[in-house]
Design a protein around this ligand. Structure first.
Ligand code: HDD
Length: 756
């Protein structure tokens, strides 16, 4: 009568006539051939637990959720308890023998509290330790449906995502704006399981084979004796490695370009780097490279700005991401693919697609948009989400497969392996941020930090005890089936293919694609970094690498280092520039850009009020900067001061507008009106911090405006009113419209010397 019992009997019947016992054969002679086992095929519920096997309660006798439901329980309820749920009457005093007496070992609360605290930290990621994350949604356009059967890429499918951005070299507490590659890792919680795209903001990698990864990271991390420098590539071991392994020349050039110091995570491109293989419903395959294109455009800092920010606001990128999401200015990226035919040689237009130091110029293979990513939710707990998220290039879904890129192969091992140390065991997929949104029915059991209370008796298959479940699915039922790619007959070797030995033509293309100011920045970056190396031999070797990329680049850096520029040792590659690689020359939306409005008690307050509103109406962020804090003006119209001369620094603003006389600052710089708290009107000496702020904004190529007397502040700072990108006008709002136009180009590029 019990249906589960009937099912079990059916399975038992099916097993009749299964494996034969030894008595069926004649001793010493081969027995009859073992017929295939008839596996159970009908899905059934496993037998219900026995009455004495109900598992931990999730609800207490009084109806309260118990500790078994930890995710819901955390930090809730009115009364403080210990970890065992016992209410506490005091958490500020150890249990003592009298108020001045010794602390007693029997104080369980003291020991539990300190024990837990002692173990609050987990090992930081061995690379990409510093990062910031956000939740969001990915909506697919359906334009990839002809090349992949991945369900989340069908038309109009919405998939929840979690994205973590990171620097590579620095420790968890290092600065955001160091010169480095940035990680761009996306977890798609798809209906077919998790797909992770673990990419970077640079489309190429330092090395071609994962076996060198420990070496390149040892070289880039701080020196092992004194553990300096932190989060920098400007030191001998890094440059020793990248000049001895010339395959690193391309990635290094990207790092030395403006791409190495992004303005914001929101203004970075992302790349899957490797070539992946997509598979459609008909089983046809296409090779692809994945791209993320930021809606706000690709923008960078300049080096001096980045250095100042490292001190002024080490959390600059983290703050920017969280603030933008909180303000509802949700960052967006378009997801795109470059597609290539899956030919046996795995090349496209002579470019080896398995070599991760290569890009394919967009002019040769346009990036086709396939979906839109919107980040719209900040994490609620950094540790639980951003720190514990575990990405893996091997987390693939049907329709997306790998290629034989040897860098990718090693990654497929590393990401699983590293979590065992970092997240302390094999059960990290059960951590809430890592849980798939598709049903999980694995046969993985036990282990450290097991939180599942698995039912059933037979975690193996086939079985006849848990109703035969689980069954395997087959591609028609959504199983992940590896593409049956032909493996060429070959001899085992430790070698790279000949096509991996061209190390200079791709960096040369990148260099030739840069505008004059971008080239100036690159020369400056190499000169800075190599100038920090102690070994002259390393500087000279680096110059040789640069000579093989481009003589102008080499000569510029050599001049800065005071060394002779060597001749190239290989013929210069004959390559065409790829205009898509330059960040200059395009116009972008100005949403979310920050306008600093400098004013003072004697400023043009009506003008400030109007321009503040105009900035907001334009979808940008106004920040009012005045000599001291508090408000400007009276009554309902009073303006709140958001930054003072003490807290403001130019690096926070994308453009600066001086509205009226900015006035002088605190006591050290001029007399103050005791009643208003603001400096006295007409105090003569200009505040040096205003001069510093305007001077920096000018040097960094930012648009600067002045209205109603603001011109005097510019002149005092030595800024010519007729310089490019300096706008003086009668009204602050009038000046703003020109400032906004300039901001669309991100910087006033003409202001960099090379553009003159
Ligand atoms: Fe990696 C983390 C990106 C090569 C080994 N990697 C990590 C993260 C990103 C990348 C974005 C941070 C993920 C997060 O936010 O948690 N890695 C890349 C890219 C590579 C690359 C784009 C080349 C195309 N990585 C690479 C190689 C190896 C690793 C060749 C090892 C052989 N990467 C790791 C790791 C990390 C990691 C040790 C550290 C923490 C983690 O994985 O979860 O396994």
């Amino acid at each position: 009568t019990n249906p589960l019992k009937r099912a079990a009997d059916k399975v038992a019947d099916a097993l009749q006539g299964g494996p034969q016992g030894p008595e069926d054969g004649i001793p010493g002679k081969p027995g009859p051939k073992t017929p295939p086992v008839a596996e159970p095929t009908d899905p059934h519920e496993p037998f219900p637990p026995k009455p004495d096997q109900t598992g931990p309660d999730t609800v207490s006798p009084t109806g309260q959720p118990t500790g078994a439901d930890q995710a819901r329980m955390a930090q809730s309820g009115s009364y403080l308890t210990n970890a065992q749920g016992t209410r506490l009457y005091d958490t500020d005093h150890s249990l003592k023998a009298g108020p001045r007496g010794p602390v007693l070992l029997q104080d369980h609360h003291l020991r539990e509290k300190v024990m837990h605290f002692d173990h609050e930290r987990i090992p930081e990621r061995v690379v990409h330790a510093r990062g910031a994350g956000a939740h969001g949604v990915f909506r697919s356009y359906g334009t990839a449906a002809n090349v992949t059967k991945a369900a989340f890429l069908a038309e109009d499918v919405e998939t929840p995502v979690f994205v973590r951005f990171s620097t590579v070299l620095g420790s968890r507490g290092s600065s955001d704006t160091v010169r480095d590659t940035r990680g761009f890792a996306t977890k798609f919680y798809t209906s077919e399981g998790v797909f992770d795209l673990v990419g970077n903001n640079i489309p190429v990698f330092f090395i071609q084979d994962a076996i060198k990864f420990p070496d390149v990271i040892h070289a880039g991390k701080p020196h092992p004796d004194r553990e300096i420098p932190q989060a920098q590539s400007a030191h001998d071991t890094f440059w020793d490695f990248v000049t001895l392994h010339t395959e690193a020349a391309h990635h290094t050039l990207w790092n030395m370009s403006d791409r190495g110091i992004p303005r914001s995570y929101r203004t970075m491109e992302g790349f899957g780097v490797h070539t992946f293989r997509l598979v459609n419903a008909a089983g046809q395959t296409t090779l692809v490279k994945f791209h993320w294109k930021p809606k706000l455009g690709v923008h960078s800092l300049v080096w001096e700005e980045a250095q100042i920010i490292n001190g002024v606001d080490p959390d600059f990128h983290r703050r920017d991401l969280a603030d933008a999401i909180e303000a509802g200015a949700y960052p967006q990226w378009e997801f795109g693919i470059q597609t290539f035919p899956d030919t046996p040689d795995q090349t496209f237009e002579g470019i080896d697609l398995l070599d991760p130091t290569n890009i394919v110029p967009e002019e040769l293979a346009p990036v086709q948009p396939i979906g839109l990513l919107t980040l719209d939710r900040n994490p609620s707990n950094f540790f639980a989400e951003t720190e514990q998220v575990a990405f893996h290039v091997g987390h693939l879904v049907p329709g997306i497969d790998i290629t034989d890129d040897p860098l990718l192969a090693g990654r497929l091992f590393s990401y699983l392996d590293t979590q065992i140390t970092r997240l302390a065991g094999p059960n990290f997929p059960q951590i809430p941020i890592n849980r798939p949104h598709a049903p999980v029915n694995d046969m993985l059991r036990d282990g450290f930090h097991q939180t599942a209370v698995h039912r059933g008796a037979a975690p193996y298959r086939p079985n006849s005890l848990d109703g035969g479940c689980p069954f395997t699915a087959g591609a028609d039922l959504g199983a992940y089936v590896e593409t049956p790619v032909r493996v060429p007959e070959a001899t085992k070797v430790r070698e790279a293919p000949e096509s991996f030995s061209d190390h200079f033509s791709q960096p040369r293309r990148f260099w030739l694609s840069m505008s004059p100011p971008e080239r100036e920045h690159i020369i400056g970056a190499y000169t800075f970094e190599l100038g920090k190396c102690y070994e002259v031999a390393i500087r000279e070797r680096a110059l040789q690498v640069l000579a093989n990329i481009d003589p102008e680049l080499c000569a510029g850096v050599a001049a800065g280092l005071g060394l002779p520029a060597p001749e190239p040792t290989v013929p210069l590659a004959d390559v065409q520039p790829s205009p898509a690689l330059s960040q200059v020359g395009r116009t972008w939306p100005t949403d979310g850009r920050i306008i600093g409005i400098l004013t003072g008690p004697d400023g043009d307050l009506d003008g400030v009020r109007a321009v503040r509103q105009a900035v907001l109406d334009g979808g940008m962020v106004p920040l009012i900067v005045a000599p001291v804090g508090g408000t400007l003006g009276d009554g309902a119209d009073a303006l709140t001061v958001q930054r003072t001369y003490a807290t403001a620094r130019s690096v926070e603003f994308d453009a600066v507008l001086v509205a009226g006389t900015p006035g002088v600052g605190a006591d050290a710089y001029g007399a103050r009106d005791a009643k208003a708290g603001q400096p006295t009107a007409g105090a003569a000496t200009p505040d040096p911090r205003v001069g510093l702020l305007l001077g920096e904004a000018f040097r960094h190529g930012k648009a600067i405006g002045a209205a109603k007397g603001g011109e005097a502040a510019l002149e005092a700072a030595g800024i010519p009113l007729d310089a490019p990108g300096v706008i003086a006008g009668d009204t602050a709002t009038g000046v703003l419209s020109e400032l906004t136009r300039l901001l669309g180009a991100h910087r006033v590029w003409e202001r960099f010397p090379s553009a003159a």
